[in-house]
Design a protein around this ligand. Structure first.
Ligand SMILES: [Zn+2]
Length: 283
């Protein structure tokens, strides 16, 4: 949803709202109190501030439609914030208004895909915890999409959570990651920020017949959003190369976490930490 026009985003929200309502086991949630045992709660996320079309008031429109998390930039700079694959940029005056509006309404701010300088500005400007919902330690693999120890510590100090993600490219792997590969990220993040500030960033999608999120018209350029200079491979269907941690490996992860860290810490990482942050923000 980073590069799509507002009309397309409206249609996507309509489609998924209807589909979620019609599916047993899924429920749209607005607050943590809406969560039910055994039912997967779904809230929407905007990856990038472009859909706001230059207006901080637009945060309220998306909040009313079920958006409970947003990134202010997606890889590239915009009128609100800097992206991680663009020239360093500070949070703009409009960006400060957007942060204040997100705090007021209860929209969780996500710094994944955001440039480092803007990230520190958002951390300082936000009165509520902020998160990295899918970002890996740069100390383990030097990629601009990954984050420094200082970024991780600063997010933890807001009360927020850092969620390593099983994307091979951001782990320096040429193959889909194993559970052990994922544990290495989790171990490192735990050592930097502690057990109350680590989560899981799945960051996967699967092609589905009839679903195409490519923006209409001829001005969409994947080379702009995923630049070759940062190692994105546009040779095949998949811009990310190396693939993702596959679902069966994800399903094994709880047992791996439990064996290594014990049930209490495993539960924190598998969702309780993010739930704590959501409870602070989604009210
Ligand atoms: Zn993302």
């Amino acid at each position: 949803m980073c590069m799509n026009p507002v009309e397309q985003i409206d249609a996507v929200i309509d489609h998924f709202s209807t589909a979620i309502d019609a599916t047993d086991g899924l429920k749209r949630v607005q607050t943590v109190a809406d969560l039910e045992p055994g039912v997967t709660g779904v809230a929407f996320d905007l990856e990038g501030a472009r859909p706001l079309a230059g207006k901080a008031e637009a945060v309220a429109t998306f909040h009313a439609r079920g958006v409970r998390m947003m990134h202010l930039a997606y890889n590239r700079n915009n009128d609100v914030a800097g992206g991680c694959h663009d020239a360093p940029m500070r949070l703009t005056a409009l960006g400060h208004d957007v942060v204040a509006e997100a705090n007021r309404l209860g929209v969780m701010l996500d710094l994944s895909h955001t440039g480092e300088a803007t990230s520190f500005d958002i951390i300082q400007a936000s009165s509520l915890p902020v998160v990295y919902s899918h970002a890996n330690p740069r100390a383990l693999h030097d990629h601009a999409r990954n984050i420094s120890d200082a970024q991780m510590r600063a997010v933890a100090e807001t009360g927020g959570v850092i969620c390593p993600t099983g994307v091979a490219k951001f782990m320096g792997l040429e193959h889909p990651p194993s559970g052990a590969d994922m544990m290495a990220l989790i171990d490192y993040t735990l050592n930097i920020v502690g057990e109350e500030h680590v989560g899981i960033g799945s960051d996967m999608w699967f092609a589905q017949a009839g679903v195409d999120e490519t923006p209409p018209g001829g001005d969409f350029d994947p080379h702009y959003w995923w630049p070759e200079a940062f190692g994105y491979d546009h040779g095949g269907d998949e811009a990310l190369g190396g693939g993702y941690m596959e679902p069966p490996v994800w399903f094994d992860l709880p047992a791996l976490l439990d064996a290594r860290l014990g049930g209490r810490v495993a539960d924190l990482i598998l969702g309780q930490n993010m739930r704590r942050v959501a409870a602070q923000i989604w009210c």
